[in-house]
Design a protein around this ligand. Sequence first.
Ligand code: HEM
Ligand code: NAG
Ligand code: NAG
Ligand code: NAG
Length: 518
Amino acid sequence: MLAPVLLIAVALYATFAVLRAIQQFFHQRKNARALGCQPPRRAANGFLGIPGFLRMARSVREKRWLYYLLEQYQLNGTTFTANLFGRTMVMTIEPENLKALLATQFNDFGLGTRHREFYPLLGDGIFTLDGAGWSHARALLRPQFTKDQVADLALLDDHVSRLIDMLPKDRSGFDIQTLFYCLTMDSATHFLFGESVGSLLPPSSSSAPSVLEKSTGGAQGFAEAFNLAQDYLAARSRAQDLYWAVNPRRYRGAIKKVHDLVDNYVRLALESRSKNRQEKQENTRYIFLQALAAETQDPKVLRDNLLNILLAGRDTTASLLSSTFYLLARHPNVWQKLRQIVIGEFGDSRRPVADITHAKLKDIPYLRYVLNETLRLYPPVPLNFRVAMVNTSLPVGGGPDQRAPVYVKKDTLVGYNVFAMHRRKDLWGEDAHVFRPERWEENAKRGWEYLPFNGGPRICLGQQYALTEASYTLVKLMQHFDTLENADPHVGDDPVLVSTLTMSHDRGVLIRLYSSED
Ligand code: HEM
Ligand SMILES: *[C@@H]1O[C@H](CO)[C@@H](O)[C@H](O)[C@H]1NC(C)=O
Ligand SMILES: *[C@@H]1O[C@H](CO)[C@@H](O)[C@H](O)[C@H]1NC(C)=O
Ligand SMILES: *[C@@H]1O[C@H](CO)[C@@H](O)[C@H](O)[C@H]1NC(C)=O
């Protein structure tokens, strides 16, 4: 009795679904035609995109994902569609499309699933919100980043000096990438919370028990918990619609630890504010949390935004520094040339001749060429995406010549690959794969084909901070050491790159750094 009814119901439903799909198809085609769109090429990903997905998954496992994606663009052109489990995505590395996606058609696109995937750690902050919530967060934070105090060099100096103290004195090889991740954790927490988590310090060396030790049992605890939570965020992003299934106890514990620590700082900042409201502020050091607490006293807003900035700013800057040393260790002529300029300007650590200031750091073109060129070849955020919030189109990539607009229906994911775009020979020349800082001397005016910091209304807020931190650290290391050598036996190969939320070197960055006078 039940079976036939069920059968009929299923048949009716199936018929309805097919009819609806057909109707949608024609409707979308009409929309597309009205916008002058033509279909882009399709990657040959097989039935429901499953074979293509398995090929990609293998490349992730074998740690050649970024190179695999680069190859896809070489094979399929600069804009194509790919099918993943029956869903169509648009992939593009066309500057014109990125300009539309990130700037001129900003309101047509959003972050998609980032908020729900990152919410447990990051809450509602600038990095996770869209729409009015994002505008509000951006307006709150932006003024803080335009102040001169951002990237306080004296504050940075404490941490860079500690890093220098930790380097081996016997000319042996070591992995500088690990140290850079600790450095940027220490400097970012110092700048944001007013106290560094001291991950470059040996565990028991701190003299007075800090807020941190009282709340989480030590600095290492925080850095480890934050790293762990972040790894799970990346796993949740990869799981797409199944993101909620990635929620183990370890991950929840790490989040709690991170939140407890930040909440402590927030509470202290709010208490000291209400205590000192009448008194004159004598603290000269710029602490982000204190400045922000003058704007809002909502503890959740404060915590969420501090963590959003920590996530956005810490690994990215460590990635830039690591890739810079990766490249300089393999290009001794560039190291020599830059070091000569730096020593000429500031002297070395034995004979300093001038203070390192913001203004002077900005005024060394070759230093900026080196950083620009590193960010081109190894952009710390190599892959990114947006999701269409309405039926819309992108200006190029369709039709046989790939010059017609491409239709993008609501909810379609548009993936963009800055790593691959920065290596396009038609945009950068035949030597696009070569590290050559001088190319910036020949042509510094770059548009949407160069996007290490993103563009448009959501352009990175910390660009200046990051460039200052990287420049200062590089200058300090050059003042202390005249010789940089590669200590990685894999000399000629491309580096093994892993890309989670940001890019890092899978084998670390093994170098020797010493002074030939010692
Ligand atoms: C070399 C270092 C850095 C690189 C390459 C970098 C790159 C980026 C990129 C690509 C985005 C856009 C993300 C997206 O919208 O999907 C972004 C956003 C952002 N970055 Fe950076 N970043 C760096 C350092 C920093 C630092 C040091 C800070 C803070 C101290 C920071 C703060 C932010 C914030 C707050 C956003 C979100 C802006 C918004 O959505 O309105 N970044 N960054
Ligand atoms: C987008 O197009 C689809 C199919 O043509 C239509 O059903 C839908 O209402 C459109 N959505 C918007 C937001 O315009
Ligand atoms: C896209 O690349 C694949 C290899 O991944 C290739 O088999 C296919 O022919 C290419 N398709 C087009 C339209 O260029
Ligand atoms: C570095 O790149 C940026 C972005 O394209 C550009 O504005 C700047 O002029 C470049 N700097 C130098 C010194 O080439």
